[in-house]
Ligand binder design. Structure first.
Ligand code: AMP
Ligand code: ZN
Ligand code: FE
Ligand code: FE
Length: 284
């Protein structure tokens, strides 16, 4: 094998279509993400902050400066049958009135929920103080609390905070938002976007995931995601997407939280060619 061939093999272009920034519950700003993505060999990225479009202009600018192709996104936290169903909208119109209005409602609900969780932690004897970002259309989430619990020494990692206190079913857990999957898909479509079922395995109920995929007008499935822990799982969703003629996307869901996989970029690389049909929709 020649040295050149080896180099071509190693330098496969990467895509990351699922990233969180400081505009929701990520640790890094869009500019920091762009710098890390560039160094990692990522040539196309999407910002998919929870329930806000506020980071998109900065991410677009930062990606441009870094020479990385950019796709705008947003991740909705919907619920159905007591399960969390995350849905990503790609290529949405950032000025769509209905979308902006509903996202503002959801962010307000997120703030009230955060206060409830903090109150519960106080009752449990943890005097945690959570530095939440100033309003400015940023979305707050449980990782903000988890990081504060780590900083104040109540737990060692973000993961431990979820496992002991704020994960689903744990003593300080509070469910959030009354957004439903049909509403999320509708909001994305009326804003001109592509609706993708995010990390279907993370729903924790394949039958429900398949039922939703059959019932709603999804355009794609996030096949490549850290929650698809085995090749068999990944293949199951790949087959499902192919059979249903749905687009295939993938991303690392990088938040930058210590103790929560993936901790680095690209801690969970996706080869660009695997999501090429999706990228074509954006002229890439
Ligand atoms: P929230 O939107 O406030 O419900 O928080 C959801 C976010 O918390 C997800 O995007 C993950 O980054 C993080 N998260 C969810 N479950 C866990 C877990 N078990 N351990 C660590 N982080 C988690
Ligand atoms: Zn998150
Ligand atoms: Fe998610
Ligand atoms: Fe996410």
């Amino acid at each position: 094998m020649t040295a050149l061939f080896m180099k071509v093999m190693i330098m496969k272009e990467l895509a990351d279509l699922h990233l969180h920034s400081t505009y929701s519950d990520g640790v890094y700003s869009p500019h920091e993400l762009a710098t890390m993505a560039k160094a990692a060999g990522i040539t196309v990225l999407a910002l998919t902050d929870h329930d806000t479009l506020k980071g998109l202009p900065e991410m677009e600018e930062a990606a441009k400066e870094a020479g990385i192709a950019f796709i705008p996104g947003v991740e909705f936290s919907a619920r159905w049958e007591n399960r969390q169903v995350h849905i990503i909208g790609y290529g949405i119109d950032e000025h769509n009135a209905l979308l902006l209005e509903r996202l503002a409602d959801v962010r307000n609900a997120r703030r009230s929920r955060l206060e409830k969780i903090i109150k519960r932690l106080h009752e449990m004897g943890m005097d945690v103080e959570v530095p939440v970002p100033e309003e400015g259309q940023r979305a707050v989430g449980r990782p903000h609390i988890a990081r504060a619990l780590v900083a104040q020494g109540y737990v060692k990692t973000v993961q431990e905070a979820f496992d002991k206190y704020i994960g689903e079913g744990k003593p300080a857990y509070q469910p959030q938002t009354k957004m439903t999957p049909p509403e999320a898909v509708m909001l994305i479509h009326q804003a001109g976007g592509i609706a993708v079922q995010a990390h279907p395995e993370e729903i924790g109920d394949r039958a429900l995931a398949l039922k939703l995929l059959g019932a709603l007008a999804y355009d794609g499935i996030e096949v490549y995601h850290p929650s698809a822990k085995t090749k068999e799982t990944e293949f199951f969703w790949l087959k499902t997407a192919t059979e249903r003629k749905l687009l295939i996307t993938g991303g690392s869901d990088f938040h930058g939280n210590p103790g929560r996989f993936p901790e680095t970029l690209p801690g969970w690389p996706v080869e660009r060619e695997k999501v090429q049909d999706f990228l074509r929709r954006f002229g890439l």
